[in-house]
Design a protein around this ligand. Structure first.
Ligand code: ADP
Ligand code: 5GP
Length: 204
């Protein structure tokens, strides 16, 4: 029987660079598969249904929830997001590593249900740089940016509950650190949340 795959969770505030860094990681680590979440939020320019998310109605989302199809779910800034469990389990059973890009409430729920999961928090170098990236991405309305920053402050406080913290100063550094965590390399130990959470508090 194939060895089971690893379940990797990456969280971090909206705009910190998760999609950018995840794309970089997936290019270098072919056995990694992305878990496509369901969401009720509107599709953004450049996104594809079934690739970035399954964009569903609120009724369909509630049906998935009632049928027990979601490993975890959350309501985040007025929209619902959830992780479909069946495709994730199929990947793990086939020996594929699977990556979830989910916010901290969901991440900590995954940890409760799947204690073997590896939790990585992607942090911005500062709150100011986070605001600049959110504005620079150009797809979030100004009033939503304030909502997302308020949420980010709370999310950063959750980082110490993760296994690892990676600071996304330069994309290539962040990608490199995540690859060393996935490959179990000794220098991944520098990213342990127990070591880095103090630095994060000083810098943000
Ligand atoms: P998220 O998926 O976390 O919401 P994105 O990957 O969409 O974030 O990145 C938000 C914006 O920040 C994008 O415009 C992206 O190009 C930019 N960005 C990502 N990483 C960095 C970085 N290390 N330095 C500067 N800008 C970055
Ligand atoms: P965005 O709308 O910017 O794509 O995502 C908003 C937030 O929702 C991000 O922090 C992202 O990680 C999180 N998210 C995406 N999918 C899921 C999911 O299935 N579950 C949870 N808990 N969070 C998710």
């Amino acid at each position: 029987m194939a060895e089971k795959g690893k379940l990797i969770v990456i969280s971090g505030p909206s705009g910190v660079g998760k999609s950018t860094v995840i794309n970089g990681v997936m290019r270098e680590y072919p056995n990694l598969h992305f878990s496509v979440s369901a969401t009720t939020r509107p599709i953004r320019p450049g996104e594809t249904d079934g690739v970035n998310y399954f964009f569903v109605s609120r009724e369909r989302f509630d049906e998935m929830l009632a049928n027990g199809e979601l490993l975890e779910h959350v309501e985040y800034v007025s929209n619902c997001y959830g992780t479909p469990e069946a495709p994730l389990q199929a990947s793990l059973d086939a020996g594929e590593d699977i990556l979830l890009d989910i916010e901290p409430v969901g991440a900590l729920n995954v940890r409760r249900k799947r204690p073997d999961a590896t939790l990585i928090f992607l942090a911005p170098p500062s709150l100011r740089s986070l605001r600049e990236r959110l504005v620079g991405r150009g797809d979030t309305a100004p009033e939503l940016i304030e909502d997302r920053l308020a949420r980010a402050r709370w999310e950063l406080e959750q980082a110490e509950k993760y296994d690892y913290i990676v600071i996304n100063d330069e994309v290539t550094n962040a990608v490199g650190e995540i690859l060393s965590i996935l490959r179990g390399e000794p220098n991944a130990e520098h990213c342990r949340a127990a070591l880095r959470s103090a630095i994060l508090k000083e810098e943000t």
